[in-house]
Design a protein around this ligand. Structure first.
Ligand code: NAD
Length: 396
């Protein structure tokens, strides 16, 4: 089949097998060119949410920067003869093949990371293949979570708390700056969002791994968060997602306490805004990201997903790192995004930006390019007119 992007709102329903492989390969190349990171505590790594965005980049840096064995978990849709799989399915295959070529152990388990069954499968795999884990990366981003104890299906909402919000945003497809009205969340919607994107599942994972005695002495775990600035606070940090992320902070402290028996640590890392499947679903954020990218590129301090995560591992997770923590004990990787020179300029442009000047003030083209790359489109060395087998010759 010939695979072209099919975009529906903020998702692309097709993914290009060869393009996804190119995406993984390019990230591996970046890490290999950046040079080895002192292996230290990063030898056997579990990545929850390994198939895209920050989780995939973390797995690539762990493997190709630190030489680590990696076990990944993600939730994918399988391909058919005339239907492509999710991008993550191709990314996982490309990653495993590259790790294999490099002589690194890599296994991926496809299924619901919120379930106790997946926890049991992961523990069995660690025992059989890896021994003990010394880094757990928690990078799940999902709109729903079936609670493993109650069976209840929680759905997250991306809304402000209480009061409705009238705010600037962008229609990415049309390149139009628009104003949107967002209803305030109910208490139930907020609680559901905390149930999906908060810290309970991370705690369940670490409890299960501790109980199974599959964590090494000095084990670290890190979960990712976003805080941002006053431009995005109304929809993010001060909204339902912010409540979930505050719960992640709570969980971090609880897990850290439990890991002390192993001289281990749990931390939340505050990362930079990038384009991912998860972030493109958040209103306002694409406009902010378009302005941010333009300003950071002009200032020469822009980081993409892989360079950002490489810096996280090299400067904060490698052994002996001097940690850059805030007063709540979070690792701050958003220091460049939040630098005065960056924010002053993004905030100056925010009230000025409109559909006519979006290209001058913002980098919507860069946003769209990064968005398509998530699905394997837009790589110069891929022939998009060539026939490809969406199943990659596998029985599915
Ligand atoms: P993403 O959408 O690119 O990746 C999410 C991953 O979670 C995928 O591998 C997906 O398969 C997996 N997943 C989702 N539901 C699952 C389930 N039920 N079982 C197993 N796997 C499942 O997301 P992302 O943007 O990389 O986000 C990862 C984390 O980073 C989130 O906590 C997010 O808040 C945080 N973060 C993102 C940004 C950003 O700008 N994108 C910025 C800072 C922090």
């Amino acid at each position: 089949m010939i695979v072209k992007p099919r975009i529906r709102g903020f998702i692309c329903t097709t993914a290009h097998p060869t393009g996804c492989e190119a995406n993984v390969r390019n990230q591996i190349d970046y890490v290999q060119q950046a040079g080895a990171i002192s292996q230290g505590q990063v030898k056997n790594v579990l990545v929850l949410g390994c198939s895209g965005g920050y989780g995939l980049a973390s797995r690539i840096v762990a493997a190709f920067g630190c030489g680590a064995n990696t076990l990944g978990v993600s939730f994918e849709k399988l391909p058919g003869q005339k239907k492509t799989a999710t991008a993550g399915w191709y990314n996982n295959i490309a990653f495993e093949a590259a790790a294999d070529d490099a002589g690194l152990y890599a296994k991926t388990l496809d299924g619901d990371a919120f379930s106790d069954e997946m926890r049991a499968q992961v523990i069995d795999t660690i025992r059989a293949d890896m021994g003990k884990i010394d880094l757990v990366v928690y990078s799940l981003a999902s709109p729903v979570r079936q609670h493993p104890h109650t069976g209840h299906l929680h759905r997250s909402s991306i809304k402000p708390l209480g009061q409705a919000l009238h705010i600037k945003s962008v229609n990415v497809d049309k390149g139009e700056v628009i104003e949107v009205d967002l209803e305030g969340a109910t208490e139930q919607e907020t609680a559901d969002t905390v149930a999906v994107m908060g810290g309970e599942d991370w705690e369940f994972w670490m409890d299960a791994l501790l109980q199974a005695d599959v964590l090494a002495q000095g084990c670290q775990t890190v979960a990712y968060t976003y805080i941002g600035t006053k431009l995005t606070w109304p929809i993010y940090w001060e909204g339902t997602l912010g409540q979930a992320k505050l719960d992640l902070d709570r969980a971090s402290k609880a897990i850290d306490h439990k890991l002390r028996a192993l001289q281990g640590t749990a931390r939340v890392a505050v990362l930079k805004a990038i384009v991912s499947q998860a972030s493109s679903a958040i209103p306002v954020v694409p406009l902010y990201v378009a302005l941010l990218f333009k300003v950071m590129k002009e200032l020469g301090n822009h980081e993409d997903i892989i360079s950002h995560i490489h810096r996280l591992f090299a400067t904060q997770l490698a052994s002996g790192s001097a940690l850059r923590l805030d007063e709540d004990g979070r690792i701050r990787m958003d220091n460049i995004e939040l630098a005065e020179e960056v924010q002053a300029e993004v905030q100056r442009r925010w009230p000025l930006v409109n559909t006519d000047n979006l290209d001058q003030l913002g980098d919507l083209a860069g946003y769209q390019e990064d968005f398509l790359k998530i699905f394997g489109f837009g790589f110069a060395d891929v022939d998009y007119d060539a026939e490809v087998d969406p199943t990659l010759g596998r029985l599915v």
